[in-house]
Design a protein around this ligand. Structure first.
Ligand code: TK8
Length: 336
């Protein structure tokens, strides 16, 4: 009996030793290259730091995230390709530059889709948001979470845009994306698709007259140094999306994937809080830097909405009516 007990004890001890060794093995030492387009002092940069810290903390420093700011690993487009090929592990960038890879992403480009950040959170974090993310998998990307880029507003050097006709002839940089090109063509602007990494120089050299991005980016990228007018249009809510290379992701253990996923969710929640807090202060800062700010009247916004309808049809044609309707149904359920 005693011998049996000792033997049984030995087996259990051995068993748990094996289990412990296995758990430790489950998280290997890895270097994760995480690229993004804005500078370190932006909301994007701060959130990248949070993500890196959370991953390090949860993995006892085994999973090391090296962050690369200011498109130093390439534009959104170039990084996406690097992820698909397995040459880079992770990134955050606009959903709009993913449309060429997964057409479903175009649904977020619908002009005037969301009315509030709360609505956006509800839809993006819900089943439709997940469905759109999942469309990336077949293309070699894994979508983890959406971060907030924010409601986009217009800046330019020609004139304050107070009514739709004021868009006329303005050479406007837009994200390389068919819906954005279409939307601003409908407004009468001369829409020029360019990667974000080339934007500041394009504005500085006057290759383009204007651009559109959230207050946070206008401030952190110092667009006020090269732009005179800011017109408050809130014409679309832009998400950012944190993605991983599927080739690389599939080689991770479940524990490693879990650590990264949890950290990504934490980074999402803190990023949104930080972005919103910054956005509340940003407009005043931008004005202080000398930009002339005008709010576009609700009547003129309505005219822009009407004018943008063909672009909305482009979205429907691109993503298909069922998905478009699903998003609308989620919006109807969302808190205002
Ligand atoms: C940064 C971009 C940027 C986006 C754009 O890489 O391209 O204008 O708003 O945030 O993803």
């Amino acid at each position: 009996m005693k011998r049996f007990l000792i033997a049984a004890l030995a087996v259990t001890t051995l068993g748990s030793a094996i289990a412990t060794a296995h758990a430790a093995d489950d998280v290997r030492s890895r270097m994760i290259r995480f690229g993004y387009g804005l500078n370190e002092d932006s909301n994007q940069g701060r959130a990248a730091k949070v993500l890196a810290e959370e991953i390090a903390k949860a993995s006892d420093g085994k999973l090391k995230v090296r962050t690369f700011a200011s498109a130093s690993l390439g534009s959104d487009d170039q990084m996406q390709n690097a992820l698909m090929g397995g040459a880079q592990e992770m990134m955050v960038g606009s959903t709009a530059t993913l449309v060429g890879i997964a057409k479903e992403m175009a649904v977020w480009d619908t002009p005037f889709l969301f009315e509030s950040e709360k609505q956006a959170d509800y839809v993006l974090d819900g089943p439709v948001g997940q469905k759109v993310m999942d469309a990336l998998e077949a293309k070699g990307l894994v979508g983890l979470v959406y971060w907030e880029n924010g409601f986009r507003n217009l800046t330019n050097n020609v004139r304050p845009v107070e009514k739709m006709e004021d868009f006329n002839g303005i050479k406007l940089r837009v994200m390389p994306n068919p819906v954005f090109i279409d939307t601003f063509k409908q407004m009468g602007a001369n829409a020029v698709p360019l990667p974000f990494s080339e934007l500041f120089t394009a504005l500085e050299t006057k290759a383009v007259d204007g651009q559109e991005n959230p207050y946070n980016t206008i401030l952190s990228s110092k667009f006020y140094e090269v732009q005179k007018y800011l017109s408050v249009t809130n014409h679309v809510y832009s998400p950012w999306i944190v993605t991983a290379s599927k080739r690389w992701w599939d080689g991770l253990s479940e524990t490693e994937q879990g650590i990264i996923m949890d950290a990504a969710k934490k980074s999402r929640d803190s990023e949104r809080e930080d972005t919103r807090a910054e956005a509340r202060e940003a407009l005043a800062q931008i004005e202080k830097q000398g930009m002339a700010v005008n709010k576009v009247s609700p009547e003129e916004i309505q005219r822009m909405r009407d004018q943008a309808k063909p672009a909305i049809q482009t979205v429907v044609d691109t993503v298909g009516e069922p998905l478009f309707k699903e998003v609308q149904a989620e919006i109807a359920k969302a808190p205002k």
